[in-house]
Write a new protein. Structure first.
Length: 184
């Protein structure tokens, strides 16, 4: 069996061709330094977030016709109730915007867990909890995050989303978020 070196000079087999498959989990399983940004100004502080998952997805789920129904306490409560029911998936962080939500998720055990099961269950359980008359758009947008840089970029994009939309001046002021408060 051929062996190769990953970016961290650890030895891996050719059977694990992708960086995220390597046993050292590359930098995804290590501490990830994220700037504590205020939109439009350089960061002077940083945060450390530990995610020990080897497979992490960035997921965006939209409300049909972009109806603004998610940026409220009831939707956040429904989101938390729905994610607590998930058995195969773990939500690491999420941001609810008026007409869509972003989530960073990872399978709990099975690397091959179907992402469609996550999005379908979340959509169904949130609508049930809210007794919603609105519908979700079919499917979802998802991206497998393959490196610490990709995770970092998505983290910044998600946390700054309410700032870019003009809802708040600082992302920390947006109340409809999950998992962005943990600091080491």
């Amino acid at each position: 069996m051929k062996r190769r070196l990953c970016k961290l000079n650890d030895v891996h087999s050719e059977a694990a061709p992708r960086i995220y498959d390597c046993a050292c989990k590359n930098a995804v399983g290590r501490a990830l330094r994220l700037p504590n940004l205020s939109y439009g100004s350089p960061s002077t502080n940083s945060r450390v977030v530990r995610w020990e998952q080897s497979v992490i997805y960035f997921v965006t789920i939209c409300v049909a016709n972009r109806k603004p129904v998610l940026a409220n306490k009831a939707a956040l409560k429904a989101f938390n109730i729905a994610t607590a029911k998930l058995q195969e998936w773990r939500v690491l962080a999420a941001m609810l915007m008026p007409d869509h939500l972003h989530a960073v998720v990872s399978p709990r055990k099975d690397r091959d867990a179907k992402l469609g099961n996550f999005s379908g269950a979340l959509k169904r359980w949130m609508r049930e909890e809210l007794n919603a008359s609105w519908k979700w758009q079919p499917g979802c947008f998802d991206r497998l995050l393959r490196s610490d840089e990709s995770l970092h970029e998505k983290w910044i994009y998600v946390q700054e989303n309410p700032v870019r939309a003009g809802f708040v001046r600082d992302w920390k002021d947006w109340p409809y978020r999950v998992g962005f408060d943990e600091e080491e």
